[in-house]
Design a protein around this ligand. Sequence first.
Ligand code: MLT
Length: 236
Amino acid sequence: MPSVEVVFSPALFPFRSLNDNAVVVLVDVFRATSTIITALHHGAGCVVPVEDPNSLLSYAEKGYLTAGERNGIKLGFTDFGNSPLEFTTAAVGGRNIAISTTNGTQALEKVHSDKIVAGAFINIDMLARWLTEKGDDVTVLCAGQNGNFIMEDTLFAGAMASILHDSGQFEVAGDPALASINLWKSMGIDLKKYLSGGSHYKRLLELGYHKDIDYCLNADSAPILPVLQKGEFRVI
Ligand code: MLT
C-alpha cells in the first residue's frame, strides 16, 4: 500500500522518509500555490517558478507576464504581485507567467523530484482523487515560512493526508503526517477562525489582503492539476 508523509518545511526535505518515487505535493496556501493554480485555472499557458527575482526580467523580454512578492509586498517591476485575485482570465488567459515568491517558489530549489504538483485548498479534492488513482507514495511538502513550520500549510497537509488515509488506500508515514492529521481533525469546522492567530494570516490582513484569505480557503474553487514539467507548471 502506498504511504503519505508530510514535510513541515523545505529545510526538512532532505530528511523525508519516502523515496524519490513519491509524488511531491508542494503547498503554499498563503499564497504562492493558490496563485499558480488560479493563473492556470484562468487560462494561463504555463507558470514558471523562479528563485531569483532578477531573472524575471529575462522572461519579460521573452513576452512572459511577471509576478512576484517579497514578504507579501509586490515587487516594483513586475506585472503582478502574488494576490491570486489579480490573475483573472482577462489578465492572464493565453499568456505565460514567470513568478518569484518569498517561500513558495524558493521551496522548489530544495526539491529534487520529477513528480511535483501544486496543491492548495482550492484544488484539494481534485488533487486527492488524482493521487488516489495514481497510487504512488505522496510527500506533502509545506513551503512554510523562512524554513520554519507554518499553520496553514500544515493544516492543508493534514487535510490531504486525512483524505488519502481515510480512503483506506494509503498508510500514514511518520510523525509529521500523524501530527498534521491530528491537528486537522481537532481543528473543528472553522478553518478561517483557527488560522486567524497565525503569523501569515495576520500579515496578509495588515497588508489589506483579507479577500485573498477568503479566496485561498475556499475549497475546490479551482479544480485543476498543475504539474511541474521541465520547470513549468502546466495543467494536465
Ligand atoms: C510566499 O511564497 O512566501 C508567499 O506566497 C507569500 C505571500 O504572497 O504572501
